[in-house]
Design a protein around this ligand. Structure first.
Ligand code: CIR
Length: 258
C-alpha cells in the first residue's frame, strides 16, 4: 500500500484576502480564522503519521498557501509546475527551494513555458496520473508532464475540464480503487474502471477529500460525504476549511503529500 511520510504546507499570508476567487463561495476570508483552520489542518495531518514541514507565509503571493499547485511530488521524482495564473506563477521558485531538501538534484524536473500546469490538475492513482486540461493547464504543459513521467515509469492521460477550476476540485482518489466523483466527472468514461462514489450536488465542494495513510480527511459541514467515506471503511477526520473555500481552495490544495 502507498505510504506518505512527508507533507509540505505553507502558512497563509495576510494578503490571502486578495487571493483569486471565482466568487462561487462568497465573502472575504477571515485571516485569523484561516490561521486557526490551518493549525487544525496540520494537526489532522500529523495524526495520519506524516512529518509536516511548515513553510513561512509569503506575502508576495496571496494564494501561496495552496502549495499543491506549484509542484507535483511523486515517489520517484519531483516536478516543479508552471502555474497557469500569472499572479501565482512565481510560487514555483520558493516551492522548489523547499523541495530541494527532499529530492536529489537529478530528480527535480520542470514544466517550462509555453507549457503551463497546476498541481491541482494532477491526480495520482498508483502509477497512473490523470491530468486535467483546464484554464490553468495547457496542452504543452500536459505534453511535457507526460514525457517526464514516462522517464520514471509512470503513465498519464488527459481529462478535459468544462466547469471546475482544477481536476481535483471535482474528483479525488482515495486509494483501493475508490474515487469520489462529482458534477462533470460522474459519467466520464475515463473513470469507469474505478469504484465511483457520487457526491451530491449540494455537497460538491467536499469531493475534495484527501487520503493520508488509510485515513480520509473530509471538509467539515458535509454530512452526506462524511457518511459515504465512512461507509467505505475509512477512518475519518474533519477539518473546517471555510476560509479557504472562499478562494476556491480545498483540503488537497493546502498540502503536498509524498
Ligand atoms: C486559485 O485560484 O489558484 C486559488 N485561489 C485556489 C487554488 C486551489 N488549488 C487547488 O485546487 N489545487
Amino acid at each position: 500500500m502507498r505510504r506518505f511520510n512527508n507533507v509540505i504546507v505553507r502558512r497563509p499570508c495576510r494578503a490571502m484576502v486578495e487571493g483569486i476567487t471565482s466568487g462561487l463561495y462568497p465573502g472575504k476570508p477571515d485571516y485569523s480564522l484561516a490561521l486557526l483552520q490551518h493549525d487544525a489542518y496540520i494537526e489532522a495531518l500529523k495524526k495520519c503519521g506524516v512529518s509536516v514541514t511548515v513553510l513561512p507565509a509569503d506575502e508576495n503571493y496571496p494564494d501561496s498557501c495552496f502549495v499543491e499547485d506549484p509542484a507535483v511530488l511523486t515517489e520517484r521524482c519531483a516536478i516543479i509546475a508552471n502555474p497557469g495564473a500569472p499572479s501565482r506563477n512565481g510560487e514555483k521558485e520558493s516551492i522548489e527551494e523547499a523541495v530541494r531538501s527532499f529530492y536529489p538534484e537529478d530528480r527535480i524536473e520542470h514544466i517550462t513555458f509555453p507549457g503551463a500546469l497546476d498541481g491541482g490538475d494532477v491526480m495520482m492513482c498508483g502509477d497512473h496520473f490523470f491530468v486535467g486540461r483546464s484554464a490553468r493547464t495547457n496542452e504543452e504543459g500536459l505534453r511535457q508532464f507526460s514525457t517526464i513521467l514516462a522517464r520514471y515509469g509512470y503513465t498519464c492521460s488527459e481529462v478535459r475540464l468544462e466547469e471546475v477550476l482544477h481536476l481535483k476540485t471535482g474528483v479525488n482518489y482515495l486509494e483501493n480503487n475508490n474515487l469520489l466523483v462529482s458534477g462533470e466527472f460522474i459519467n466520464k468514461p475515463e473513470f469507469e474502471s474505478y469504484n465511483r462514489f457520487v457526491i451530491p450536488e449540494d455537497e460538491a465542494y467536499a469531493a475534495n477529500c484527501i487520503w493520508v495513510n488509510g485515513t480520509v480527511i473530509v471538509p467539515e459541514g458535509y454530512p452526506e460525504v462524511l457518511r459515504t467515506v465512512r461507509s467505505m471503511g475509512y477512518d475519518t477526520i474533519t477539518v473546517d476549511t471555510s476560509e479557504y473555500r472562499k478562494l476556491d481552495g480545498g483540503l488537497s490544495c493546502l498540502s503536498l503529500r509524498f
